[in-house]
Design a protein around this ligand. Sequence first.
Ligand SMILES: O=C(O)CCC(=O)C(=O)O
Length: 352
Amino acid sequence: MPQAIQTAFRKAEKRYKRGQPPDWDNVVDLAAAAAANEAVRGIQLSYDLETPATLPLQLFSQRRPPAYVLRDHPGLLLIPNPFTDEAQRWLARKCLCDCPRPPNRTNLDAFFSPPPESLFELATDTEKCSQLIANRTQADIQQSDVTLPKEKFYTQPGSPSSLLERQRWCTLGLQYNWTTKEYDRGSSPFDQELDSLMRAIAIAITRPDGASDPSSGNEYNGNLFASEAGIVNYYDERATMAGHVDKTEEKMDAPLISLSIGLSCVYLIGGTTRDTEPTPIVLHSGDVLAMCGESRMAYHGVPLVLADTTPKFLSCPNAGINDNTTAMYPEWHYFAEYLAHHRINCNARKCS
Ligand SMILES: O=C(O)CCC(=O)C(=O)O
C-alpha cells in the first residue's frame, strides 16, 4: 500500500499526540516570546473589556489586559486569562449546566433521548442519579439522520455520570450538523449572558477608527458582533480535536471567539492549507483566543490536553466558599471533580 502523504499539520499533530514524548521546544509561551521579541508581539487593546451591566458578577480582572498577536498568523489574537476567578467558575457552570440541554443538541442526542436537565445536573443530583437515561430504540437509531452508532455502548442505557464522560460537544444558537457541515439542524436561543460576554470581547478587540497600525489584523467593528452559533467542546485528558477550518458561516468577516476553561492544552494554528507548518501554543484556563481576518480561514486543532493543569480555584472542592459566590455554587465539589480532569472550550461565531 502506498503511504498516505503526511502534511505539515498532520506531522505536527502526531508530534503532540499522547503516546510519544511531546516536543516542547517550539511551543510558544506568549509573554516570554513577546519579551524576547520573537514570533509574538504584544498589542494594546483598543477598548476596555467591560462587564455587561446585565451580568450578575465582575467578569474581568483588568480593563486592558495584555494581548498578543503572532507574526506568522495574522489575525490570531490572544488575551491570556482576563477573567476573575469567579467569572471562570460562572462560565464553567454555564457550559456544564445551561448549555448542554434541549433545545441545544449534543453528540449524545442521536443515541439517547435527551433529558430536560443537563447530564451534569443529573449526574450530581443524588435523587435523580439512579435514573437511567431512556435509550433510543434500535429503530430510532436506524432512522437517525446523524451518525450510526459505531460502538456498542451507544446502544445501551447509561447512567448520567457515565454518559457525562461521553459528552463531547453541544451546539448553541444555529445548530450545526457534523454530517452535512451546515447549520441545518434548526436553532435555539443563544444564551444571552454568554452572548453579552462574547460581545464585550468583540468590542474590546476592535481596531480604533483610523488607526494606521493594523495591529491585531482585526478589521471587524465589534459593535456589530452577535453570537449566532457556537459550540461547547468537552475534552477529557485523552481527547483531541483534529485539524480543521471553520468555514460554514455565510460571512467570515467577524471574529470567531473562543474561551478555555479547566485543563490546559496544546493548540495548533496553521495556514489556509494543511501544508503550512503550524505553530503550537499552550492555552490555559481563562485564555481568550480570537480568530480574526486571515486567521479565520486557518487550520487549527487540539492534539494534546495537559493533565494536572487546572488552576486550584477551579479544581479545589471548596472554591467559592470564602467569597460572595457561595450561594451561586452550593455544590462546587462536583464541578471541581469534573474540571480537574477536563478542558472546556466555548466558542461563538457570527454567521450572517
Ligand atoms: O478547543 C478548542 O480550543 C478549539 C475548538 C474548535 O476548533 C472548534 O470548535 O471548531
